[in-house]
Design a protein. Structure first.
Length: 131
């Protein structure tokens, strides 16, 4: 997950040399998805177990939604979702899940920032197939 994209009213910077990205969100939005970062082109296979891990911090305490989705025509089905609460301290986060949706190679990891403000830093984002 070293290729990040984003949309919305935020300042976004990715650094491939240390696998990090930084987001500055100036104000709250109407929807959580109004500001979003995505790592696209991920392969997830039905029945396999995965570990999503990263280190993250925020200048303000913030609860964010993280999930995987993909585009099917006008629809964006999700296969996994969780909330994460970030703080000023850089902390390590891990999420294990079993892929229950159909296998595809165009899933994207999404992080919603629309209901948060402040400066966010993410490092060492990794998605590993466990079994």
């Amino acid at each position: 997950t070293d290729t990040w994209g984003y949309y919305g009213d935020a300042i976004f910077r990715a650094d491939a040399t240390d696998n990090s990205f930084h987001v500055s969100v100036p104000r709250l939005c109407q929807n959580t998805w109004d500001i979003q970062s995505q790592a696209a082109g991920l392969t997830l296979e039905k029945g396999h177990e995965y570990l999503l891990s990263f280190d993250a911090s925020s200048s303000n305490s913030a609860e964010m939604t993280i999930f995987f989705n993909r585009q099917e025509g006008w629809n964006w089905p999700q296969c996994w979702e969780s909330n994460v609460v970030l703080s000023q301290d850089m902390k390590h986060y891990e999420f294990r899940f079993v892929m229950e949706s159909d296998s595809h190679d165009d899933w994207q990891l999404c992080l919603n920032f629309g209901k948060c403000t402040g400066y966010f830093e993410f490092r060492n984002v990794s998605l590993t197939q466990i079994k």
